[in-house]
Ligand binder design. Structure first.
Ligand code: HPA
Length: 285
C-alpha cells in the first residue's frame, strides 16, 4: 500500500483532483456509484467509458485489497452519465476517514447530485440469506460514534455545515424507486439498518448478538463514512448491500466467515445487482 501523504485536505486539494479528472474525460457525471467487494464488474457495463487509475489522481486514496480494483470509470448507463469507483479504500487498511471519503467530495465538485453506494455485508437479520440484496434505510456508525467521524477536524463550509443533520441519510425518493424497480424485475429486496464496524477482523458471536439487539440487520466495513460526507455536501444517497454471508451467532458452531466467501457470493449477486441498478437508473429523473 502506498499511503497518500495527506490525511487532512483543503478545498483546493479537492479542486485539484476534480480539475485533473475534468482534463481526462468529456463526460459530465450526474450520478456517482461506489462499488463494493466483488462488485467491480458492474463498471464494465458503462458505455463510452473513460477509466482513470486512482494513483494518477492527486490526493486520491488507492486500495490494495484483493477484489478491489482501483480506478474511476466514467461513462453512460441507462440514460445517465455515471462516475463509478471500481473499488474503494477502507479504514482497516490504515486510511483516515477523511481519505476514504475524499472521492465523494470530488464527485460533488464534478457535478454529481446523486450517490449510489454498494457494499458487501454480513446478514444479521435472521430472515436474510447469503445472496440477498438489501436496501439500506439507516445506519449505525460505530466507528463514528466512538470518535472517528469523517467530518472531524476543520469544517469546509464550501461543502456544508459544521453539524449536519443525519435524520434522513438515505433518500426516501431513491428508496422508493429501488423498491419499485425490484418489484418490476421480480427481485426480492430486503431492507434494513447497516452497522459500520472498523474491521478487518470479522465479528465475534457476542458482537453479532449485540449488533442484533441494537437494531442492525447487516454489518460491514465501509459505506457509512461516504454516506455522511455525501449528506454533508448535499448529495441524495441510496445504499444497497449484497448480503454475502450470514453472520455467526453462537460459539462452537463450526462455521467461519471468510473474505473468499464474501467475494464468491458477491460475484454471484452481480448480475441481479446490475439488473436492479439499471432499472433504478431508468427511473431517476
Ligand atoms: N462482517 C463485516 N463485514 C462484512 C461481512 C461480515 O460478516 N461480510 C461482508 N462484509
Amino acid at each position: 500500500m502506498t499511503t497518500p501523504q495527506k490525511d487532512v485536505f483543503t478545498y483546493a486539494d479537492y479542486q485539484a483532483a476534480a480539475d485533473f479528472i475534468r482534463g481526462k474525460t468529456e463526460h459530465q457525471p450526474e450520478i456517482g456509484l461506489i462499488l463494493g467487494s466483488g462488485l467491480s464488474p458492474l463498471a464494465d457495463e458503462l458505455e463510452a467509458a473513460d477509466a482513470i487509475p486512482y494513483q494518477e489522481i492527486p490526493n486520491f486514496p488507492h486500495s490494495g485489497v484483493v477484489g478491489h480494483a482501483g480506478r474511476l470509470v466514467i461513462g453512460r448507463l441507462a440514460g445517465h452519465t455515471l462516475i463509478t469507483m471500481q473499488g474503494r479504500s477502507h479504514f482497516y487498511e490504515g486510511y483516515s476517514q477523511q481519505q476514504i471519503t475524499f472521492p465523494v467530495r470530488v464527485m460533488q465538485l464534478l457535478g454529481v447530485k446523486t450517490l449510489i453506494v454498494t457494499n458487501a455485508a454480513g446478514g444479521i437479520n435472521t430472515g436474510f440469506r447469503a445472496g440477498d440484496l438489501m436496501l439500506i434505510v439507516d445506519h449505525l456508525n460505530f466507528v463514528g460514534i466512538s470518535g472517528s467521524n469523517p467530518l472531524r477536524g476543520p469544517n469546509l463550509a464550501e461543502f456544508g455545515d459544521r453539524f449536519p443533520s443525519m435524520a434522513q441519510p438515505y433518500s426516501l425518493t431513491l428508496g422508493g424507486l429501488a423498491r419499485q424497480a425490484a418489484h418490476e424485475v421480480g427481485l426480492t429486496l430486503q431492507e434494513g439498518v447497516y452497522a459500520y464496524v472498523a474491521g478487518p477482523s470479522f465479528e465475534t458471536p457476542a458482537e453479532i448478538r449485540f449488533l442484533s439487539a441494537i437494531g442492525a440487520d447487516a454489518v460491514g466495513m465501509s459505506t457509512v463514512p461516504e454516506v455522511i460526507v455525501a449528506n454533508h455536501c448535499g448529495l441524495e444517497v441510496m445504499g444497497l448491500s449484497t448480503i454475502t454471508n450470514v453472520t455467526i451467532r453462537e460459539l462452537q458452531s463450526g462455521l467461519e466467515t471468510s473474505h473468499e466467501e464474501v467475494l464468491e457470493t458477491g460475484k454471484k449477486i452481480v448480475p441481479q445487482l446490475i439488473q436492479l441498478l439499471k432499472e433504478i437508473l431508468k427511473k431517476i429523473e
